[in-house]
Design a protein around this ligand. Structure first.
Ligand code: PMP
Ligand code: GLN
Length: 395
């Protein structure tokens, strides 16, 4: 294995999911729903395979139905004008992230992102040969704190500025944010955009949780900010919105020359993926407002169920404004190492969760996140209720 990939031989999701299976624990570690997406979506995909015969290579950049549907979705929800020709369909958001970074970055370049981060970011940056520069999301940071009752996560504007330099090629922004549940505000995104413009960097946004924000918190796509569409590549996918994480249908859109960079790489990574799934996802993107509202109301109920339960179990619980994750501080229960706790939790009480420190990009970040653990709440209510019951025995 090449040197630069040695830190990435396993992932925390693989490890904890294996442990959950071995111990029979309720798996609130890896984020995947325990019910499948809308029936119409599943039926469409089945029909495409068995009746419509859509099982051969389609055009590399993606099927036109899906590229048009992504453009229509961006118009409908964000009033963004996207040309379907500038939409590239990928094998999940993961391939969009990798293709984008590989197409834009090389050794000597720097990629700014926020820590903790989704684990594929560091691996994809390493593949490209570029260097990752992280900006900490501080728990309960006070400068840009929201008005919610529990503390949440935010960056310090001075630390953000300090991460930029003439070597900055890309700033990678994930909102709503995994694992913290933070949703970047218009003001925060404006600041990031201004710095990107000042240092002539491309903004890559990972918006896979775009339809999962709570309490009326708006999701603001970076591309909607004045002047930003021309330097932003926007990534999303079907996995979260439609509860089909195993389908791996994602996409990226932006200005032609930037999408072209990602397309060049993507065509030699996979060329194409998921032919029968793509037209089904296209139809799902056009589902009515009631569907999208239902995603939010279901998940906010689940967030409350799990957050309240974790609080009752004795954890300090951070506010989740988006995604389907909630972060807790385990110190009030006497655990100051979340990594250790995550590996013991299945045995202690039959529930699995992931440590937050593994998503840090620096030793200092890992130290700051040491007592934190992430739980996923994209599970049936009765499963969450049972998990809460089990967790209550931790005291
Ligand atoms: N980005 C983030 C922030 C995620 O949480 C995930 C899913 N775990 C992905 C990207 C990957 O999305 P996909 O499954 O579509 O590749
Ligand atoms: N996105 C999921 C999470 O954060 C896991 C994805 C994966 O298994 N790589 O839990």
């Amino acid at each position: 294995l090449v040197e630069r990939m040695r830190p990435f031989t396993s992932t925390i999701f693989t490890e904890i999911s294996r442990l959950a299976v071995e111990t029979g624990a309720i798996n609130l570690g890896q984020g995947f729903p325990d019910t499948d997406g809308p029936a119409s979506l599943l039926a469409d995909a089945a029909r495409n395979i068995t009746d419509a015969g859509r099982n051969q290579y389609p055009p590399g950049p993606g099927m036109i139905e899906l590229r048009e549907a992504v453009a229509a979705h961006r118009k409908r929800f964000y009033d963004l004008d996207v040309d379907p020709a500038d939409v590239l369909v990928t094998v999940g958001a993961t391939e969009a992230i990798a293709s984008t970074l590989l197409g834009l970055c090389t050794a000597g370049d720097e990629v700014v992102t926020f820590e903790p981060y989704y684990d594929s970011y560091a691996a994809s940056v390493a593949l490209s040969g570029a260097t990752l520069r992280t900006v900490r999301l501080h728990p309960g940071s006070f400068r840009m704190r929201s008005s919610h009752d529990a503390p949440d996560f935010a960056f310090d504007p001075d630390e953000l500025r300090a991460a930029f330099s003439s070597r900055t090629k890309v700033v990678l922004v994930n909102t709503p944010h995994n694992p913290t549940g933070a949703v970047f505000s218009r003001e925060q995104l404006t600041l990031i955009g201004e710095l990107a413009a000042e240092f002539d960097a491309v903004v890559v946004t990972d918006e896979v949780y775009e339809h999962m924000t709570f309490d009326g918190t708006p999701h603001v796509p970076m591309a909607t900010l004045p002047g930003m569409a021309e330097r932003t590549l926007t990534i999303s996918s079907a996995g979260k919105t439609f509860s089909v994480t195993g389908w791996k249908v994602g996409w990226v859109h932006g200005p032609p020359e930037l999408v072209g960079a990602a397309r060049t790489v993507k065509q030699f990574l996979t060329f194409h993926g998921g032919a029968p799934l793509q037209p089904a996802v296209a139809n799902a993107l056009a589902l009515d407002d009631a569907f999208y509202a239902g995603v939010i109301s279901d998940l906010s109920r689940k967030r409350d169920l799990l957050s309240d339960g974790l609080r009752a179990a004795g954890f300090d619980v951070f506010a989740t404004h988006g995604t389907y994750f909630v972060v807790v501080d385990a110190r009030p229960l006497g655990f100051d190492d979340g990594f250790d706790l995550a590996y013991r939790l299945p045995e202690l009480c039959g529930v699995a969760a992931v440590p937050v420190s593994v998503f840090a990009g620096t030793p200092e970040g890992a130290e700051a996140m040491r007592p934190l653990v992430r739980f996923a709440f994209c599970k049936r209510d009765e499963v969450l209720t049972e998990a809460v019951e089990r967790l209550s025995g931790l005291r």
